[in-house]
Design a binder for this molecule. Structure first.
Ligand code: PEP
Length: 256
């Protein structure tokens, strides 16, 4: 089966609401109607979601949709600083990244917390983009595949098959994020194939066939074509290259 490709840009802690407005306008304006079938997602910081929503609603022909970079699993209440899935839904978020290695490292996010986020999002009708990835040390020890498949099994613990349909996985080797280094496309594809097998174990072969798996880590217009050619890589999760409209749209074009 053919899976619809996806390019998702995570802006991380970049872009004030004012700067974000400009970038969203550039993306909407430069997006070409002749790109093929592809889901294009931008994940600005929380503070710019409303600006993105207003611009992309107004640009009715825009094919770009909005995602968030994180969520808290409780529906509402006394959780100072937290943002619920319902709040994201109200800002037209269709996707939300969870389990990014930066959140795991700097905010001590555990697999169990990632699992609770996955359930909260799917219940709200938002598709999780669930990240996994190994350190260089783990890769060099030959343990990359067992490490990331364990991460995914833990994060999907508690997610019933009825909710698994919208899940997107992102394989992001930590040592490739923001470094300019990447695994070879074949190495990345090998891990993505193992993730698909794991999903098959959990939810069956039809769900695994439909599952979209993104590669993330220093993807840019110069290396994207090689990743596109891989059978188990259905798109990209992009940090640095998502902050410039030309670069981001070059990746969209390559996968579409
Ligand atoms: C990321 O942070 O998920 C990422 C892939 O970043 P970069 O593209 O900058 O490596």
């Amino acid at each position: 089966m053919t899976r619809k490709p996806m390019i998702a840009g995570t802006w991380k802690m970049n872009m004030t609401a004012t700067e974000a407005t400009k970038l969203v306008q550039q993306l909407a304006y430069q997006y070409e109607d002749n790109y093929g079938e592809i889901d294009v997602v931008i994940c600005p910081p929380f503070t710019a979601l409303r600006s993105a929503q207003v611009i992309l609603d107004y640009e009715t022909k825009s094919k770009i949709c909005i995602g968030a970079q994180d969520v808290y699993w409780e529906p509402k209440g006394a959780f100072t600083g937290a943002i619920s899935a319902e709040m994201l839904k109200n800002l037209s978020c269709v996707y939300c990244i969870i389990g990014h290695s930066e959140r795991r490292e700097y905010f001590c996010e555990s697999d169990e917390q990632v699992a609770r986020k996955a359930v909260a999002l799917t219940e709200a009708g938002i598709a999780p983009i669930l990240c996994c990835g190994e350190t260089l040390e783990t890769r060099e020890a030959g343990e990359a595949i067992s490490f990331v498949t364990d991460q995914i099994r833990a994060a999907l613990d508690g997610l019933p098959a009825s909710q698994a349909g919208g899940i997107v996985l992102a394989y992001e080797p930590i040592w490739a994020i923001g470094t300019g280094r990447t695994p070879s496309p074949e190495q990345a594809d090998e891990v993505c194939a193992a993730l698909r097998d794991t999903f098959c174990d959990l939810y069956g072969s039809a769900a695994a066939e439909q599952l979209r798996i993104l590669y993330g880590g220093s993807m840019n217009p110069g290396n994207v074509e090689a990743f596109c050619a891989m059978p188990n890589i259905d798109g990209g999760l992009v940090g640095g290259a998502s902050l410039k409209a030309d670069d981001f749209l070059a990746l969209v074009k390559a996968f579409s």
